[in-house]
Design a protein around this ligand. Sequence first.
Ligand code: P6P
Length: 341
Amino acid sequence: MKSISLTQFLIEQQREGRINADLRLLIEVVARACKRISIAVGKGALGGVLGSAGTENVQGETQKKLDVLSNEILLEANAWGGHLAALASEEMDDPHPIPDRYPKGEYLLVFDPLDGSSNIDVNISVGTIFSVLRCPEGVKEPDEKAFLQPGTQQVAAGYAVYGSSTVLVLTLGDGVYQFTLDREQGNFPLTHAKMRIPEDTSEFAINMSNMRHWEPPMRRYIDELLAGKTGPRGRDFNMRWVASMVADVHRILTRGGIFIYPRDLKDPGKPGKLRLMYEANPMAFIVEQAGGAATTGRERILAIAPAQLHQRVPVFLGSKNEVERVTAYHLTPADRADAYA
Ligand code: P6P
């Protein structure tokens, strides 16, 4: 059966009253920006955009040239359409206003323009993550406070993975859809509809080098997985870690698994590495829409009331039964550690 394009999918969603014209335009503009980023990333060393930009972002991380370029592509693509009130990005300290020469719209777009960018120079998949919120009623000049809404307020979320193929994964609140870039036509045909994450899995994703810094429930959970057939789980597990959240999450969306970036005691003041507004929230929305679960180990990610635009949280997401198990371990008082055997 001939698949429909992203444009036709969005028009049908609008006809069904699920989205309005501005949100349709927003998604199409972001998809076109992701296509441009895919082209830039795909040039690799030939594009003259590998390596460091010689600058740091608000996270104190060295920016890659492609981080800066991807951010600029998304800002430029979203400036003129009249669908946004403001934008915010991992790469910018503060929200970015829509230039006065253009009309403003009702939506806020917050994004990580190039997630996993430390992998660019070694040709490992990277991606773009985005989240769409409504601008609060009556707010004409949205500041950081306008963005500080719990993840349950998202009207859309998605990511692109620039890998062996370029895929765009999207939820509008009624299931998860995957579109694959047709490089000859330049469009995004729908290739997977209503994606579901298996509730059980034997595959986990975590950076094991931080093990000595983990909290006890985290140690317990991973030790049990590593014990495999000989341990309390009674079966062997497999491990993957791409160090690009988009790539790990896309694998989990496609075949199941659990992705974990826990808080660790290496830096007790830091609640985790990943950022709530433009990594954890959009991915949690997508994962829950696909039948998975997403917590901080102690609470549902989408329920968190954000305090800062760039705040970090621990992330446990993926196959529902595994996320529930490891969350239960974190919520079980230490003296009853065997309670969830
Ligand atoms: P580590 C990439 O920098 C990122 O933000 C996520 O995409 C990825 O999951 C994580 O950090 C990798 O972190 O500590 O393993 O390099």
